[in-house]
Design a protein around this ligand. Structure first.
Ligand code: F6R
Length: 324
């Protein structure tokens, strides 16, 4: 399947997740663990946890404080070394585990141990399965009673993303930003919350689909340091261009900071675009930003004649780690 088809599949993935049965898990707290595209799904799920914190762990083992509750392991392949190591640590500590995966060792472990498992459809790139993975992770923490039902939010997100894709707005915005990026390194700014998660997603999609460097940062923190990086005019900062992701639900002072930050940096660094979130619910707003970044990463790849699908260097690294 082409990357374009995989991106166009996002609304269907969100609807699929809305239709999944809630796994039944009893746990007082939860932690989400995953890497790369699967960790992005953890970030999405974590954002919805407004009553109890559900933090995201990226890396080996588990944080020392994870002593009880549920470990939700999200890995599209089911074979990611760091995620398997987190699950191993959870088993050693006697924690409950639930799995969101399309196959691999994680699915075998879930079957052997009777763990809840959301089986996501196989055959995609992990980063292109974000709707399945995030939806699956959401349904698990819902099942644990840690967040309210996200069915309506998932359906709204699917409708908003579909209209941006089929109505052409996502592609139009992507084309305009790609024009202004014009070979520069994209630096994506979000506010804290959904727009920050979207900023990270834009960065990783540009890295993996367009095979280009990209960076992200979030307000208000960047106003206390990174903003100084653009204070010198001239050649030094020219290879970069900033894109601002704006969520109407950002803190009012963050919204004001976005305006002022743009005003202050615009004379010294290209601002390649500003994208506004659509929709009412958190998931709709988040995915309305994500889908424009997905479209941009594909547009950049196509313009450069690059196949967006393979991630040869990531695969090579995983192979070398296995052999070491
Ligand atoms: C590849 C991709 C990667 C993977 C990561 C972890 O499309 O997005 O970032 O997600 O290497 O692999 P999984 O998701 O299989 O656990």
């Amino acid at each position: 399947m082409t990357m374009r088809d995989q991106i166009l599949g996002l609304p269907g993935q969100l609807r699929w997740a809305a239709g999944q049965a809630q796994p039944s898990v009893s746990a007082p707290a939860a932690l989400l663990t995953g890497m790369g595209g699967s960790a992005m799904a953890c970030d999405v799920a974590s954002l919805t946890a407004v009553h109890h914190p559900v933090p995201v762990h990226r890396g080996y083992g588990l944080p020392p404080w994870a002593k009880d509750g549920l470990v939700v392991a999200v890995s599209y392949s089911g074979n990611t070394e760091e995620t398997l190591s987190s699950v191993e640590a959870a088993m050693v500590r006697g924690l409950t585990v639930a799995v969101v995966a399309s196959g691999g060792r994680l699915v075998d472990l879930a079957a052997d141990n009777g763990w809840p498992h959301v089986a996501v459809p196989a055959g995609l790139q992990p980063r292109a399965a974000l709707g399945y993975l995030a939806g699956g992770a959401l349904r698990v923490i819902e099942g644990a009673g840690l967040i309210p039902s996200q069915v309506e939010e998932l359906e709204e997100a699917a409708t908003v993303v579909e209209s941006l894709l089929t109505g052409g707005e996502a592609w139009k915005q992507a084309e305009a930003i790609a024009d202004r990026l014009d070979g520069k390194v994209a630096v994506i700014y979000g506010g804290s919350g959904p727009s920050a998660v979207a900023a990270r997603r834009w960065k990783t999609q540009i890295n993996e689909n367009a095979k280009r460097p990209a960076f992200w940062s979030e307000l208000p923190e960047l106003d206390h340091n990174e903003i100084m990086g653009w204070s010198q005019s001239g050649e030094k900062v020219r290879p970069y261009a900033v894109v601002l992701l704006r969520d109407p639900a950002d803190h009012p002072r963050v919204r004001l900071r976005m305006e002022l930050t743009r005003e202050l940096i615009a004379p010294r660094i290209t601002v390649a675009g500003e994208v506004r979130a659509f929709g009412n619910g958190l998931l709709a707003r988040l995915f309305s930003l994500i889908v424009v970044g997905d479209a941009l990463s594909l547009t950049l790849a196509e313009r450069a004649g690059i196949d967006p699908v393979p991630v040869a260097t990531i695969e090579e690294l995983k192979l070398r780690l296995q052999e070491a």
